[in-house]
Design a protein around this ligand. Structure first.
Ligand code: B4P
Length: 183
């Protein structure tokens, strides 16, 4: 399985990716987690990413694409993967398409997590990560609508829409069922 998870900030992509990666036996690759690990280790990549993340903006594509290219060339990604938070715009999607073509593979599906905006804001404020302040959340939602939502049309043949309101178990059961139905 080669999956992409798309959804607004706070939709639970990271939460569901952790469950699904375990169930499907493929690595969970989260660009947000990779950036946060680099920030934690004070690497040059982390230093580049931090100001963008703190402002709720996307990290520049060339930085993000190279990081993903490196991660996808690791051995464990050969059996499949679950990409969480990447691609986040059509430019990144084009580069991902090229990377997959180099390996002679295609995406299996794109899971779209659907959650109303009030619920997203509530979840993020409760989480309280450093980029979860009200102003930064509003900016991230605006960036999602302008930059990331066009992916839904870009991937229209691959999209599986999941109602992502409910318990974590209910949502992962919906996702697994939808994937089974497609396999
Ligand atoms: P991410 O790390 O991807 O974070 P996110 O979109 O805010 O959260 P996610 O949807 O994963 O929600 P989660 O499971 O945590 O991005 C952070 C930043 O990194 C971006 O703003 C950007 O700057 C940068 N970045 C990342 N990828 C990039 C890219 N490709 N290009 C450029 N920049 C990039 O869940 C949220 C909360 O809800 C949690 O507290 C969770 O416990 C809770 N929750 C989850 N499921 C729930 C449920 N069913 N019910 C109630 N609460 C739930």
């Amino acid at each position: 399985m080669r999956l992409v998870l798309v959804g607004p900030p706070g939709a639970g992509k990271g939460t569901q990716a952790a469950v699904l990666s375990e169930q499907l036996g493929v690595p969970h690759i989260s660009t947000g987690d990779l950036f946060r690990a680099n920030i934690g280790n004070a690497t040059p990549l982390g230093q580049k990413a931090k100001s963008y993340m703190d402002a709720g903006e996307l990290v520049p594509d060339e930085v993000t694409n190279e990081m993903v290219r490196d991660r996808l060339s690791d051995e464990d990604a050969a059996k499949g993967f679950l990409l969480d938070g990447y691609p986040r715009n059509t430019g990144q999607a084009g580069v991902l398409g090229e990377m997959l073509a180099e390996h002679g593979v295609e995406l299996t599906a794109v899971l779209q997590f659907d959650v109303p905006e009030e619920e997203l804001v509530k979840r993020m404020l409760a989480r309280g990560r450093s980029d979860d302040t009200e102003d930064v959340i509003r900016r991230r939602l605006a960036v999602y609508r302008s930059e990331t939502e066009p992916l839904l049309a870009y991937y229209q043949d691959k999209i599986i829409k999941i109602d992502a309101v409910g318990s974590i178990e209910e949502i992962s059961a919906r996702a697994l069922e939808a994937l089974g139905a497609r396999a």
